[in-house]
Design a protein. Structure first.
Ligand code: SAM
Length: 283
């Protein structure tokens, strides 16, 4: 549903994408919808207040985030019957590694108008920077923090014939790149950082070379990791496998460590156990 920018908004839900760094990336339509919304559901009112200040408006805001969403959603759905409710996240496109999908689902179920105002999304922006195939891509958001769950999540996508997109934080970046090299093979990859901000950077290389670079100097700022599809990817290097076994044995007995690395790499568990025992003896 497209409405003229100066008319009152039809009641319903408006999903509004906001900048991921450079405030000039807010589209005129997004600004107009925010300025006319009866209420804006926000992750953090301080962040959205700055954006509203930039467009010279003040609107009522209500928090909508992972900790209160279930409680406040029914009230928002009810209000959509008579009011225009906008949903924003702190940065980028709502619902993409951010809250909102249940709000859209319930708004649809209640028969309300649901409109999206498309705009910045870090995953797509990074994909355009990486110089890796864009014909098929698979977005995974943030990998789990726990080692086992992370290795499982990587193993699950090892055979996917697509470019992979992950969100990641600076302190975890080097370890994640090393785990990706082990689980996926040493593929071509890119680390896109601080997109649309002053220090925007996109560094390309193999997963292992990027892991080495960021191990020495953990980066600051917001990060997207892009990994090329399998195909020309080299099998995991012996050194990467050793590193994975050594790391796993800091948490697990050798047999379990071998099992975890076998799952991540597809290599035979028995061979990995033998290697784990050798590494243990050498330690
Ligand atoms: N909904 C947002 C979107 O559309 O991109 C993503 C929200 S998610 C909670 C935040 C993550 O997105 C950050 O931790 C980072 O991985 C990535 N991100 C956000 N802004 C970024 C930027 N300017 N440069 C690189 N990555 C960014």
């Amino acid at each position: 549903m497209i409405q003229p920018l100066d008319e009152a908004l039809t009641p319903g839900l408006y999903i509004v994408a906001t900048p991921i760094g450079n405030l000039s990336d807010l589209s005129p339509r997004a600004a107009s919808v925010l300025a006319r919304a009866d209420l804006i559901a926000v992750e953090d009112s301080r962040v959205t207040a700055k954006l509203l200040q930039r467009i010279g408006t003040k609107r009522p805001m209500t928090p909508y985030h992972d900790h209160n969403a279930d409680k406040v959603r029914p009230g928002l759905i009810e209000r959509m019957g008579s009011q225009a409710i906008a949903l924003v996240s702190d940065a980028g496109t709502p619902l993409i590694s951010d809250p909102g999908f249940k709000l859209v689902r319930d708004a649809r179920a209640a028969g309300h108008v649901v409109t999206t105002i498309p705009g910045p999304c870090a995953a797509i922006a990074a994909l355009t920077l990486a110089g890796l195939p864009t014909d098929r891509f698979f977005f995974l958001g943030f990998l789990p923090a726990k080692e086992k769950a992370k290795a499982d999540a990587i193993a699950e996508v090892a055979a996917v014939r697509a470019t992979l997109i992950f969100y990641e934080s600076g302190p975890r970046l080097a370890a994640t790149l090393a785990q990706l090299a082990v689980g996926l093979g040493d593929r071509e990859a890119a680390v896109a950082r601080e997109i649309s901000k002053t220090f925007e950077q996109c560094v390309t290389g193999t997963l292992s070379s990027l892991a080495e670079r960021y191990e020495e100097a953990p980066p600051k700022g917001e990060i997207v990791v892009i990994v090329g599809p399998p195909g020309e990817a080299a099998a995991p290097q012996a050194a990467d496998i050793d590193a994975a076994l050594i790391e796993a044995m800091t948490r697990l007995p050798a047999a379990k460590a071998a099992g975890e690395v076998a799952k991540a790499t597809g290599l035979p568990r028995r061979d990995l156990y033998t290697r784990a025992m050798t590494l243990k003896d050498e330690a």
